[in-house]
Design a protein around this ligand. Structure first.
Ligand SMILES: NC(=O)c1ccc[n+]([C@@H]2O[C@H](COP(=O)([O-])OP(=O)(O)OC[C@H]3O[C@@H](n4cnc5c(N)ncnc54)[C@H](O)[C@@H]3O)[C@@H](O)[C@H]2O)c1
Ligand SMILES: O=C(O)C(=O)C[C@@H](O)[C@H](O)[C@H](O)COP(=O)(O)O
Ligand SMILES: [Zn+2]
Length: 348
């Protein structure tokens, strides 16, 4: 895959105009969800290059990151005359960039796309690195392709309308980046007041966080090795998220935060991660994210979800563990007993 251009923008109009200019196209399509259509499109209104754009608006939230919405986007592209030389702009959170990226990557075998992430989660994680896709059969991101956006334009101006829960959801992926990258970054994230964020500080932290992801993705775009570090917390996290989808859906970042609690327990027991850092992180997660109630009766279903993790090889469940902050151990397996102990640690 080609290197991806990630622009930290301070002037969304200028940056978008030059990004569109750099990408020759016949027709232009803009994909947004109902919320970003209301709250984010006005911030790019009036741009000359968008005058002739065709708009596709989808229903929001992860429960719509599915085949029906994907088919809707493909149909709209077809009806509005998209060709292989058309360009799509995804403006939204990770739901829009994942689904839009996949729609663009598969329509007529692939048209170019630009991501404009509008949530903290999409800015620091989802919009970068070319993982696109949809949920399927109750499983997270079960269908998708790796394919980079032509460019990613990160402008924190969009964060002004984000609610507390979605700020925290994105912050969980930043915490993950801190844990896999360095003690310094982990400590800074643990000490920052995300409930009353200073947006200038946050802007700098977003740039650092996305740089952690970008560097890893450039080394291993197709997740054959070190990219598995970016999946820390997700073996259990995606199981929690899929499980919650059958009852009361939770935000992706919350699921990852809860998943990191269980996986930090495995880090301590299997990789000698410092116990004090684990407890500090667990306390941080409990105090900001609360808890998802699970009981022993749910363990079997959670375990079954983990058997579908994309990192698995044969019938072994694959984890990324840490020996310390920044000390990444990929391809760690755990048997069922270890996993149930980790769920016990999470639940009690
Ligand atoms: N591809 C990847 O590498 C990657 C990485 C992490 C997460 N993800 C995926 O990303 C998705 C989660 O993304 P998300 O957390 O951005 O959720 P989301 O896209 O569902 O957005 C969350 C909510 O915020 C609204 N919203 C978006 N921007 C807004 C704004 N500026 N102001 C007000 N409201 C706004 C949305 O309409 C939605 O209701 C999940 O599907 C997850 O699996 C993908
Ligand atoms: O970019 C990556 O690689 C990640 O794993 C980032 C994760 O935060 C993200 O949730 C990703 O979509 C998970 O991918 P999956 O392959 O486990 O579905
Ligand atoms: Zn994630």
């Amino acid at each position: 895959m080609e290197k991806q251009k990630v622009i930290i923008s301070e002037n969304i109009h200028k940056t978008l105009e030059s990004s569109i200019d750099e990408c020759a196209h016949d027709k232009l399509f803009v994909l947004a969800d109902e919320n970003t259509a209301c709250m984010c499109l006005p911030l790019v209104k009036g741009l000359k290059c968008l005058e002739k754009a065709h708009y596709i608006i989808i229903k929001p939230s992860d429960t719509n990151k599915n085949l029906d919405t994907l088919a809707f986007v493909w149909s709209k592209l077809g009806q509005m005359g998209a060709t292989r030389h058309s360009l799509m702009i995804n403006i939204g959170g990770g739901m829009v960039t994942d689904l839009g990226g996949f729609a663009a990557s598969t329509f007529k075998r692939g048209i170019a796309y630009i991501n404009i992430p509008t949530t903290l989660l999409a800015m620091t994680d989802a919009s970068v690195g070319g993982k696109t896709g949809i949920n399927f059969n109750g499983l997270k991101n079960e269908i998708g392709v790796f394919n980079n956006a032509q460019s990613v334009i990160i402008d924190t101006v969009f964060l002004k309308t984000i609610n507390r829960e979605n700020m925290l959801s994105g912050y969980a992926e930043m915490l993950k980046h801190g844990l896999i990258y360095s003690s310094r970054m982990w400590a800074e994230i643990m000490n920052f007041d995300i409930e009353n964020p200073n947006l200038d500080e946050l802007r700098r932290m977003v740039a650092e966080s996305v740089a952690v992801k970008k560097r890893i993705v450039e080394q291993d775009p197709h997740e054959k090795g070190i990219r598995k570090a970016l999946n820390f917390g997700h073996t259990v996290g995606h199981a929690f998220e899929s499980f919650a989808m059958t009852r009361q859906p939770i935000l992706h970042g919350y699921a990852v935060a809860y998943g990191m609690i269980a996986e930090l327990y495995l880090c301590v027991t299997k990789a000698k991660f410092p116990t004090d850092k684990m407890y500090q992180t667990v306390d941080f997660i409990h105090s900001h994210y609360g808890r998802m109630n699970i009981t022993c009766d749910d363990y079997q279903l959670l375990y079954e979800f983990m058997t579908h993790d994309k990192k698995n090889i044969s019938d072994k469940i694959n984890f990324t563990l840490l020996g310390d902050t920044g000390d990444i151990r990929i391809n760690q397996t755990a048997d069922k007993e270890d996993i149930l102990n980790a769920l016990d640690f999470y639940a009690f």
